[in-house]
Design a binder for this molecule. Structure first.
Ligand SMILES: [Zn+2]
Length: 173
């Protein structure tokens, strides 16, 4: 999100006006339940005083936004938000499918060497099913996810967002 508008010396410019709108939308979307006031990040108030969104908007035009307030932590922005976004984007590439297949191949190669005759039939069947799911498209024509990589991805998201098992299962069904 571009926040260079905060540094603009004049506040009549369209960039500044759009920026204030962007901030107000963000702040209103993240208002604490049961409160109709938000901290005012104008240069005078510096988030030490709270006003209604309308008044805050007025202050932002009259006084300007505090120039160092580029991360809106007093308005519900999480310090980790940016890193989390990067992490998700990074892992959402098309190599996911290959990675899973490769991982299973490594595992199998290792398994063959170490204990070929000791693998119980049930475990072997499970493994074959995993291999099959890893190679199977999630739906016909889907090249981004295999059945297995999609499941792994879902579980990854479940962990990141700490979803309770019950709501996660409801989501799936
Ligand atoms: Zn203010």
């Amino acid at each position: 999100m571009d926040r260079s508008w905060i540094q603009l010396p004049t506040r009549g410019r369209r960039e500044y006006i759009n920026g204030v709108k962007q901030f107000m939308n963000f702040a209103i979307a993240h208002m604490k339940p049961g409160s109709d006031l938000i901290p005012c990040p104008c240069m005078d108030c510096n988030n030490f005083r709270k006003y209604s969104p309308d008044q805050v908007e007025d202050h932002l035009y009259a006084n300007g936004m505090a120039k160092d307030y580029t991360k809106w932590t007093d308005h519900g922005e999480n310090d980790d938000d940016f890193e989390l976004e990067d992490d998700i984007l990074e892992s959402e590439n098309e190599e996911d499918v290959d990675d899973v297949v490769e991982m299973l191949n490594d595992f199998q190669a290792h398994d063959d060497r170490e204990s070929q005759e000791h693998v119980p039939i049930m475990e072997e069947n499970k493994f074959r099913r995993l291999m099959r799911d890893a190679e199977q498209e999630l739906y016909p024509g889907c090249r981004k996810f295999s059945k297995l990589s999609f499941t792994v991805k879902l579980l990854h998201l479940k962990i990141i967002f700490v979803v309770a098992t019950s709501s996660f299962q409801r989501c799936l069904s």
